[in-house]
Structures are given as structure tokens and as C-alpha cells.
Design a protein. Structure first.
Length: 101
């Protein structure tokens, strides 16, 4: 940790949030508990737009939805700072963005 997931949309998008669905298999290893979420127009200059904890996610591994003030960006970085197992595993069933379109 930290572990980064970086996604390039291929074009500028108008973003207002993101959704994270943890691993849904077995005992759910790698569930992210603490995170940071960044947006960038060029994969060089990053803006931290949200950070926090997904509370009780180990017992309730369902969609986590976070919203932030609207901004434009081509890239996102979802940074895992900690997980429920206190090791370096990170798993995602799905990561989506919420757009203002």
C-alpha cells in the first residue's frame, strides 16, 4: 500500500463522483477501507477530490458511492491506502465514475 488504479477515458469527462464495488468472491480479500480519489486532465497534474473511509465495508461489501463538486478530467486515480486484511492485496469487482451528462 498504497496501490493505484489509474484509468484514461480517452477524452475529457465532466465528473461528479465515483462508485466502488469490492471483490464479491469468497472471503472478499483486498477490500479497500481507506482511499483517495484524484482527477487529472493530463496524467501529470493531479487534484485530490475525495478521500476517506468505507466504514463497515467488510461486513457489507456493497456499492460505495461518493460524490464531489463537478470538475473535468481525462484520468482518474483511485488510491487504496488500507484494506480490511491489513496487507497489500487490493481487489475491485467494479469501479465506475458518475458524470454530469
Amino acid at each position: 500500500m498504497p496501490v493505484d488504479l489509474v484509468i484514461d477515458f480517452g477524452k475529457i469527462e465532466n465528473l461528479i463522483g465515483f462508485k466502488y464495488l469490492p471483490n464479491q468472491k469468497g472471503r472478499n480479500p483486498g477490500i479497500i477501507t481507506n482511499y483517495q480519489f484524484y482527477v487529472s486532465p493530463d496524467n501529470k497534474d493531479w487534484e485530490l477530490v475525495d478521500q476517506g473511509e468505507f466504514s463497515n465495508i467488510r461486513n457489507n461489501p456493497s456499492w460505495q458511492i461518493r460524490k464531489f463538486s463537478p470538475l473535468s478530467g481525462r484520468y482518474i486515480r483511485f488510491r487504496a491506502l488500507d484494506n480490511s486484511e491489513k496487507d497489500d492485496n487490493t481487489a475491485y469487482a467494479e469501479v465506475d465514475v458518475i458524470t454530469n451528462e
